[in-house]
Design a protein around this ligand. Structure first.
Ligand code: NAP
Length: 367
């Protein structure tokens, strides 16, 4: 659908929207281009923190040039009076002649209404251009607004013989290029999660440490039923700079552990004193619901094996990224619950790329 120019401009709007992924709080990161006679006269992305919206900024840049122009917007323009007036009305007032929309907004305050405001004002509206690409870029926002939980990406690095590591040893399965990609994925996420096993084995910091993205570290979560995250770990020591949540999921061992009320409360108190928030949830679905309520739209799960298997079993992994390196770990390794040669049937390969000697495979859940 759409002319080559339409696709080109919507592609540019989608790329622009990536700039602020993970940085717009409860609002989606939207891209908007204003195009007059084939020239881009205004372009903007939702501002850091979620306001102002992309459309009003792009219209400001375009000024009088917006009259008679086409607006390319990655999400249906808003129709509700929040802290800012509706963007749909701003497009009408600016004299825009045509609006091309990638994705409609499932937010009940907007859904269809933004389009109606435009059409009622005589503006030509085309919807659904580059919809597949838009669905991926806006996956977090769409998931939170339809299922009230974040969109979950599960990422694992797997050796050529299907292992994710070796007990008691830190093994680099992939090289620097593939590892840099992990930092980009972290920066685009609202939250990162690992299991206690990984926190103990690798003592990771789980922050973004590449280029100009150092300020983009999302909050970090550790699944830690018994609250055993060491106070001297890198995660706890950095909790005052980048928030850390120790998440106690009900299950084997939790009841016995909580029966020792004194020890439990002491560990809880010590973590809280160190700046860590402690969260009790009934199960993983309950955790995701809690995160959705906190405007977390995307969760990046970085392992290890037990946690990855738990997300798969609960059918809560929406996207899987497997990076496979050429290293052979051998039978004493920690087996991955997933490998590219043996993926569950309901995951579809949507992308594969090479980063030096490593291959990165991206899958989406089809059902
Ligand atoms: N190659 C990679 O991509 C990669 C990534 C990360 C880690 N690793 C490696 O993987 C190893 C760690 O993996 P692991 O399997 O031992 O540990 P893990 O998956 O990191 O963590 C397991 C821990 O999480 C806790 N947990 C709490 N709630 C849970 C829930 N609902 N579901 C599942 N777990 C829950 C478990 O508690 P309970 O004991 O109470 O159940 C368990 O202690 C390390 O060697 C690390 O280097 C590799």
């Amino acid at each position: 659908m759409g002319s080559t120019d339409d696709l080109r401009f919507m592609g540019a709007a989608l790329r622009l929207s990536l700039w602020h992924l993970g940085l717009t709080e409860s609002n989606p990161s939207v891209g908007c281009l204003i195009v007059k006679d084939g020239r881009i006269v205004g372009a903007a992305v939702t501002a850091l923190g979620g306001r102002p919206h992309a459309e009003t900024q792009a219209l400001d840049i375009a000024g009088e040039e917006a009259r008679g122009a086409t607006a390319y917007v990655t999400l249906e323009p808003c129709a509700h009076h929040g802290r800012t007036p509706p963007c749909a009305n701003a497009l009408v007032a600016a004299g825009i002649a045509r609006v091309v929309v990638c994705q409609t907004d499932p937010d009940p305050r907007v859904s269809g209404r933004g389009l109606s405001i435009l059409r009622d004002a005589g503006i030509t509206v085309d919807v659904g251009l580059a919809a597949e690409e838009g669905r991926r870029v806006l996956a977090g926002y769409l998931m939170r607004n339809t299922k009230h939980r974040p969109h979950v990406t599960l990422k694992l690095a797997v050796s050529i013989d299907g292992m994710i590591g070796r007990p008691g040893e830190e093994v680099s399965i992939t090289g620097p290029l593939a590892r840099a990609q992990v930092h980009v994925l972290r920066a685009e996420s609202d939250a990162i999660l690992v299991g206690l096993g990984t926190a103990l084995a690798d003592d990771p910091e789980l922050t973004v440490r590449i280029g100009a993205m150092q300020q983009r570290s999302p909050i970090r979560l550790v699944l830690d039923r018994r609250l055993e995250l060491p106070l001297g770990s890198n995660l706890v020591r950095s909790a005052r700079e980048v928030p850390v949540l120790a998440v106690s999921v009900q299950g084997t061992g939790t009841d016995a552990c909580r029966a020792d009320a004194e020890g439990w409360n002491a560990r809880r108190e010590a973590l809280m004193q160190a700046g860590v928030e402690v969260l009790d949830v009934p199960d993983l679905a309950g955790l995701l619901h809690e995160l959705g309520g906190r405007s977390i739209s995307t969760l990046f799960v970085e392992g290890g094996a037990t946690v990855a298997a738990a997300f798969l079993k609960a059918e809560l992994a929406d996207r899987i990224i497997l990076s496979q390196g050429p290293l052979e770990i051998g039978p004493d390794g920690l087996e991955s619950p997933l490998r590219p040669s043996d993926m569950p049937a309901n995951y579809v390969l949507v992308r594969s790329e090479a980063y030096g000697p490593d291959h990165c495979f991206e899958y989406e859940r089809s059902s």
